[in-house]
Design a binder for this molecule. Structure first.
Ligand SMILES: Cc1cc2nc3c(=O)[nH]c(=O)nc-3n(C[C@H](O)[C@H](O)[C@H](O)COP(=O)(O)OP(=O)(O)OC[C@H]3O[C@@H](n4cnc5c(N)ncnc54)[C@H](O)[C@@H]3O)c2cc1C
Length: 386
């Protein structure tokens, strides 16, 4: 059986490793670059707590070790009717396709009017640009961090705001840090337990961060940010995360629905219309609105379990995606866990220095294992095949 995996991020690599563990299928991964970055630790670049070389690994080497083909190429077209993929190095065909091409951060950021006046705290280049600007801060500086409407990943914005506040304090610079949250409840507002946002808001406010609740970025100008409700705030340094979606090449293959994500069923992550296509990670619909690395790995676990059941009769557990956000914020950190399945809910909100090291250690672990991690501290999800 010929398996093609598009994208060598958290989701794509997790799918490849798990398939290799249980099968001798012909597995190929196609991705832009053999050098894969563990981007969840990028905020630590702002404080020099991590070096660039500690955030990356060579996925070609890791795949080869496991007898998985790795093709370094740009994917230019997906043709589900003919089971074909067009790339910069030629065409590929498949029996089963896993699409794990991420959330199109760059494409979506470039659609924000005035994006050139802001950084995007997602790519390495975005973080290095932001770091340079924060290094040059002077008294009176106003730093703004936020998300555009329907952005499913606010955790990195929380961390960047905390780090900006820490850097100002460390350098003795007098300035302001503004953090906008899409929810009117503030930090972690979408979590359906009000005490969480109340406690988180208190923590951020104690750190001197001004929370602009219920605001999403509509437009950026040289010296200000304009929100969807047409209010605005002046800022010298602006860092913004866009909304996410499946990349345009996936949308133009008619694999998405009005949500702009791959139209999969839950918890199998199998495409609604194409029975030999799975949509994973940031590219696909998910069990929870947040798009995270852990969620991406869980989507891959569930999708591969589905395929293994169907073609090999192997039954493995399914997992619930939930939210697990470990935060670094300069000289202090925090954690939010909100995991829920049919039987139980696990909630943790805590702040403390311990999470600084915990996050760094987990990131080292992810890099050293090249994302080959089989435990995600996730709850199981009850599911039985009909
Ligand atoms: C700063 C920051 C901090 C974060 N912190 C956390 C955290 O603490 N915990 C957490 O769980 N999540 C965190 N996230 C979210 C997490 O990074 C994403 O959810 C995760 O990267 C999604 O994984 P993925 O496999 O779906 O996509 P990706 O990791 O984006 O992988 C997609 C892959 O596809 C490749 N690709 C895309 N298009 C093409 C193409 N046309 N041709 C060839 N290759 C292509 C890309 O190069 C990439 O290798 C954070 C995100 C940011 C920005």
């Amino acid at each position: 059986m010929k398996i093609l995996i598009l994208g060598a991020g958290y989701a794509g690599l997790t799918a490849a490793y798990k398939l290799r563990k249980f099968t001798d299928f012909d597995i190929s991964i196609i991705s832009k670059s053999r050098i894969v970055k563990e981007n969840t630790i990028f905020p630590a670049l702002l404080t020099d707590d991590v070096k660039i070389e500690d955030t990356e690994f060579d996925a070609y080497k890791e795949a080869s070790k496991r007898k998985i083909n790795f093709v370094e190429a740009d994917i230019n077209g997906i043709f589900p009717e003919s089971n074909e993929i067009k790339t910069s190095v030629g065409k590929f065909d498949y029996d089963i396709l896993f699409i794990a091409l991420g959330g199109a951060y760059e494409e979506n950021f470039s659609k924000i009017p005035g994006h050139e006046f802001a950084f995007m705290h997602h790519t390495l280049e975005g973080f290095l640009g932001l770091k340079n600007a924060l290094d040059k801060m002077e008294d009176g500086v106003r730093v703004f961090v936020g998300n555009s409407q329907n952005s499913p990943i606010e955790g990195p914005s929380y961390q960047v705001a905390l780090i900006a506040e820490y850097l100002m304090r460390k350098k003795g610079i007098k300035g302001e840090v503004y953090l906008s949250t899409q929810s009117p409840k503030g930090v972690f507002g979408p979590i359906p337990e009000t005490w969480i946002s109340e406690a988180a808001n208190k923590y951020f406010e104690k750190r001197g961060i001004k929370i602009l609740k219920g605001k999403s970025v509509k437009e950026i100008r040289k010296d200000k940010v304009i929100f969807s409700d047409n209010t605005e705030i002046y800022a010298d340094i602006k860092s913004v995360l866009p909304t996410l979606s499946a990349p345009d090449i996936v949308k133009s293959a008619n694999l998405t629905d009005s949500s702009n994500f791959i139209n999969v069923s839950i918890p199998t992550f199998k495409h609604i219309n194409f029975k030999n296509i799975f949509g994973l990670g940031d590219s696909a619909k998910s069990m929870v609105p947040s798009k995270t690395a852990r969620g991406a790995m869980i989507s891959a676990e569930n999708a591969v379990s589905t395929l293994l059941h169907e073609v090999k009769g192997i039954d493995l557990p399914y997992y619930s995606q939930g939210i697990l956000c470990m935060m670094i914020g300069g000289d202090d950190g925090g954690i939010l866990r909100f995991d829920k399945n049919n039987n139980t809910t696990k909630i943790i909100l805590d702040f403390g220095k311990i999470y600084l090291n915990a996050k760094k250690l987990y990131s080292r672990f992810l890099v050293n294992r090249a994302f080959d991690v089989s435990y995600h501290a996730a709850l199981s999800f009850n599911y039985s095949f009909k």
